[in-house]
Design a protein around this ligand. Sequence first.
Ligand code: NDP
Length: 434
Amino acid sequence: KTKNPGENEFHEVVHEVLESVWDMLQDHPTYFRANILDRITEPERIIMFRVPWTDDEGEVHVNRGYRVEFNSAIGPYKGGLRFHPSVNLDILKFLAFEQIFKNSLTTMPMGGAKGGANFDPKGKSDSEIMRFCQSFMTELYRHIGHNTDVPAGDIGVGKREIGYLFGQYKRLQNEYTGVLTGKALEWGGSKLRPEATGYGTVYFVREMFALRNETLEGKTVTISGSGNVAQYAAEKAIQLGAKVISLSDSDGTVHDPDGIDEEKLKYVMHLKNVERGRIREYARKYDVRYIENGTPWNLSCDVALPCATQNEINADDAAALVKNGCGCVAEGANKPAQREAIRIFLENEVLFGPGKAANAGGVAVSGLEMTQNEMRIQWLRKEVDSKLEDIMKEIHSSCVAYGDTGNGYINYPQGANIAGFIKVADAMLHQGVV
Ligand code: NDP
């Protein structure tokens, strides 16, 4: 804490990972001798830079850009870019640290990174977004590359932004490589990348239930968020026979007790992705309850999929979920459940899939996008989908291998942390003190 003062989010995740691996470390003194703990918690490199841009009225603004290149022991740095006013170094260090172990779990050769800017894309015109992305890349380009660091999208960075970022990179470097993932299908993207995180989360839930000989068929599911992850988690859950009863955004939650079916979800996708509207419009259109400034965590459900943002489930929310019969929570978002909330889920033996395992499908398909770019081919949707299913099964098995408490209950956060940690720590040992 003295080394990283005030970085509360970062302390929190470091604490969580080290707590999980501590007992295992006692049996492996080589990790201590090589001081792996100090090394793994120190980013290899942090880049911070000025991002000046001009709005449509000619006024000049300055934002702060970041790239945290945390760990490259098992492959090139990989992780998303986030454009949101809340972005700061603490949040990006926490996300990059998580990304190391998530990427390790995917079974693919990817290191951990995260980046972004404290820029608010809301209400900006298309040309303002383009100018911002071009200015951002004018500094970032010298630090990234298809064999060095391959950023992707995250909150506020979708296909449009990746397009502008890629265009500027290509212009500056004069080369066409897979330096970013999340590209549009027509020029280097992978089939199923938009769906991957949400689908992957639901595949992970399916595996958790399969271990108990249960399925998602007929289960009631609450989802928060209505962005990329939420939309496709809803789509896959519906396809597997579940009833999805909520979606939300930062203004409030819609509760549709009859279930959001494929038709209604199509409307949500248009509303959010094309009109860039608010979720309250759904409540007006389908005449259902809108909970202003509220979350879905007081609704009764079998499964909860937090797919909006970090820290969105506190201890009271967790207690309400348990009380209302929720038996499974899987994190589509990164760290939506606070530490106290996770403790409540584990104590009550709720199946709890932590983000680094449950939402790893997104980065896994980004890894598959990198492979396709290197091979200069594009796989069919069904090929990518079947690889994604296999990867999510593999991640689930790793969690079970290291998280089995011996009484039939799987401590997934512990399993994910240990499995992710061992691979990276061993690679660091093999590579010497670097
Ligand atoms: P989007 O920007 O597409 O959607 C984010 C959604 O969350 C929006 O509905 C947004 O509402 C809502 N939201 C944001 N902040 C808040 C808040 N403070 N309270 C309530 N709702 C909020 O992002 P993604 O769907 O891509 O990402 C969602 C989460 O998933 C993030 O944690 C991200 O890091 C994680 N993730 C994403 C991956 C991906 O492939 N996209 C991969 C792995 C993890 P509003 O419109 O009002 O802001």
